[in-house]
Design a binder for this molecule. Sequence first.
Ligand code: ACO
Length: 442
Amino acid sequence: MQKLKTISNNLIVSDKATINIDGASYDFPVYRGVEDDVCIDIKTLRGSSGVTTIDRGFKNTASCESKITYLDGEKGVLRYRGYDLDELANKASFLEVAFLLIFGELPTKKELEKFHDDIVDNSIVNDDVKKIVDAFPSSAHPMGVLSSLTSALTAFNPDDVSLDYDRSKEGMYDTIVKVLGKIPILVGWSYRKQNGFPLQYSMKIRNLDYTDMILHLLFKKPNDEYKPNKNLLNVFNKLLILHADHEQNCSTSTVRIVGSSHAGLFPSISAGISALWGPLHGGANQAVLEMLKSIQEDGGNTKKYIRKAKDKQDPFRLMGFGHRVYKNYDPRARIIKDAAHKFLKSLGIDDPLLHIAAELEENALKDKYFIDRKLFPNVDFYSGVIYRAMGIPSNMYTVMFVLGRLPGWIAQWREMRLMNEPIGRPRQLYTGPSARKFKSKK
Ligand code: ACO
């Protein structure tokens, strides 16, 4: 073991790793993170040996160094900037957590008030964007609408398209508060359009807390004194916090890689929204609810669906189950499950879908297939049941996830730009035809 050496804020060279290829050996530094994660830096492998590595789906590759979120999938631990998720979900407001993720420390009262006011002041969406909304068919999926509108915002905020490194941190701050202000307005639009409610153009309608404001942007009807009850506000605040960041997942990696080309924050977030949409990622919350409904319509036989999930000839998967990094109970799912039971009880709702979900979980957790593969409920397994009780249609669930994930995407994009990360550009193992002469087949 070499003598330990700090090489950047938190990394320590702890040992050397040697790779032998065709009789030659190559040494690489080994880093140890603050939580004892060990990582080999193979940056010089190709330059010294001409060899690359392949890791499909990045199952074993760290794409960056980050100080934002720590998770230990084996132990079921998740922390934002060192704070335990459970504690944040129970004690903090979503905007406080957003500030923490993006800027690294919890805000003072004054900082939080300024952050809130800056978001509200920058929330106005140009009236012309509405023309784009009107062009979408009413059957359009709200995730597609949101991704397109977020990208369209670049046209209305041209200064924010490509922030150069020499631009001030204030420039970056202005773009961040615009994203946090304008995207909830667009989310409100995609819901309100489906329901025929008039659109609201800014958050300046009332002096409300950020989470409360989002609910108003969605649900406030004309001439209606909308006042969400305390339980609804609490559970929504909790859901947003639990979704706020999850280190280098599919959508966050997308945001970082798009941003690494120096595309601005709006287009990077738009790409993140598209990545989140898929049913293997954030789209799972809608897929879970649809799965629970079809099990109910099919007589509620959960064992039949467990059998289908295990059958390799059957494309059916138990949606909301399994995770790339959690090989233990997802800590977010644990909190959401408890919150779902309490919230529904507070509303006096006895939702049969919650019973079906609980039965599926119970059967899966004692089944050898799921035990052997360490498949547990993930964040999406119980969240849809809460959104359903909140009166949100199932095609909006992933859009709600976007609202929660915004601070994480922003924090990761900001970190990537401030650390001057190089453009993301993986290598490949070419397996196509070897060189051949052109001969037309016409
Ligand atoms: N139902 C049945 N079997 C499953 C499931 C599931 N939900 N998830 C994984 N498996 C099985 C696989 O078939 C595979 O079995 P095998 O070893 O016999 O081939 C094994 O478990 C490993 O699964 P992989 O797909 O290789 O794991 P990977 O890490 O690539 O995928 C993923 C993770 C995409 C989340 C997967 O578990 C899945 O499809 N789950 C359902 C969709 C879902 O809930 N996604 C939301 C994730 S949370 C989030 O992104 C916000």
